[in-house]
Design a protein around this ligand. Structure first.
Ligand code: TYD
Length: 209
């Protein structure tokens, strides 16, 4: 049996990381072989790219297309190194961000050309799409406040303007509307346990668990 690629998406502080962890434990208890990974940074090379992407270098801002290419480079390597082999092994992959992040952040957020983004997503993935994408929908302000509360400090992307983050959010809403079979919206403002219940219900239904 082939594996499944399950992606978690959303704005900063939407709760992806903790929901993925809970999901992983639940699937493992069901006897499913699970791999948890992320973009950027799901490989050794990707960890270097992630640092380059998220650190802010004061005197040398990253050009928007450079940023796009670095995310694409991370994805291309991740697909070859991590996603394809694990899918071939029949594993269930829980992936923190994938192609929709590029559409939302570089496309809607930065305003880069959508056809360029679609082409790069296609090149980087070789056409590998998620089997299911869970979009955790929280207000931008709520998400950023959660992030601020964790005391880690904002990275280069989190430091963007509120207007940028609102465009990203709009991007997710439009993506979900145009891909209803692949992307499922989950209300991320519910309690952590309630969100997890909803996610498990969706996975049961969509992936026939
Ligand atoms: P994330 O791992 O969600 O950050 P954190 O662990 O701090 O919650 O994502 C890293 C950042 O990279 C996030 O701000 C979104 C951004 N990003 C893009 O702009 N484009 C992309 O294609 C991807 C995958 C992420």
């Amino acid at each position: 049996m082939g594996g499944k690629l399950i992606v978690f998406e959303g704005v900063e502080g939407c709760g992806k990381t903790s929901q993925m962890q809970l999901c992983c434990e639940w699937l493992q208890n069901l006897g499913v072989f699970v791999v948890v990974t992320r973009e950027p940074g799901g490989t050794e090379l990707g960890l270097h790219l992630r640092r380059l992407l998220l650190e802010k270098v004061e005197n040398e801002p990253i050009a928007e297309v450079t940023e796009l290419l670095l995310y694409a480079a991370d994805r291309s390597h991740h697909v070859e190194q991590e996603l394809k082999p694990n899918l071939a092994d029949g594993k269930y992959i829980l992936c923190d961000r994938y192609t929709d992040s590029t559409t939302a952040y570089q496309g809607y957020g930065r305003g880069l050309n959508m056809s360029l983004i679609n082409q790069l997503n296609l090149i980087a993935t070789g056409g590998l799409e998620s089997d299911l994408t869970i979009w955790l929908d929280v207000d931008v302000e709520v998400g950023l406040a959660r992030k601020k509360g964790d005391g880690v400090g904002f990275d280069r992307i989190e430091q963007e303007t509120i207007a940028f983050h609102r465009r990203v959010q709009q991007g997710y809403a439009e993506l979900a509307a145009s891909h209803p079979a692949r992307i499922v919206r989950v209300d991320g403002t519910l309690s952590q346990a309630a969100v997890q219940q909803v996610i498990q219900g969706i996975l049961r239904e969509k992936l026939e668990l």
